[in-house]
Design a protein around this ligand. Structure first.
Ligand SMILES: [Zn+2]
Length: 185
């Protein structure tokens, strides 16, 4: 580590130590450092999304969210595989380290990250994920503010994946309906 960085880190540690409370602004770099780079292909997501990357030539994992899929089966195939991977991915070390750094302080997190990692290390009431989080569903209307965890839903959907597409049968449609209108479950 460069000497300059060391001095900056030292000062940061001292300021955290002196602070009564800490507000954390967390962005995508924290997840990239954890091995979950959503803007460039890195080993973990490359492996998890390999068939999709090969099929569509996505320039990054996130590019798949902007892709115009030719069927709902393919669209939700990608979404469900991606989201399931993040549900099952271990908590990244930078998140664990950050939590340990402020463990004895009142802390609040403001984040643009949607990949659930902050929720692993801080209680929900201490996080404002103002761009949402893809581990939850909300009614697409939306008819209410409630959100629902989608862990079981993505597990069921990925169980219906053949290659890059979901088996497009009634069961898949009804599962996707649960995504779009979870209030109807
Ligand atoms: Zn609704």
């Amino acid at each position: 580590m460069r000497v300059g960085n060391q001095a900056t880190l030292q000062e940061l540690a001292e300021r955290i130590d002196q602070a009564d409370a800490v507000v954390i602004g967390g962005g995508s770099g924290l997840s990239s450092a954890a091995g979950y780079d959503h803007y460039h292909w890195s080993p973990a997501l490359s492996e998890a999304l390999a068939p999709f990357r090969e099929q569509y030539g996505f320039t990054s994992p996130l590019a798949g969210f902007y892709h115009c899929f030719s069927s709902y089966g393919e669209q939700w195939g990608y979404y469900s595989q991606y989201i399931r991977f993040m549900w099952e991915a271990p908590t990244g070390k930078p998140y664990l380290d950050l939590q340990a750094l402020v463990a004895d302080k009142p802390a609040f997190v403001l984040t643009t990250n949607v990949d659930q990692q902050f929720f692993r290390v801080f209680p929900q009431k201490q996080i404002c994920a103002f761009q949402g989080d893809f581990s939850y569903c909300q009614c697409s209307q939306p008819c209410r503010d409630d959100i629902w965890e989608n862990r079981e839903l993505v597990k069921e959907l990925t169980g219906r994946l053949v290659g890059v597409s979901l088996l497009w049968e009634w069961e898949s449609r009804s599962l996707i309906h649960k995504f779009l209108k979870p209030c109807m479950i």
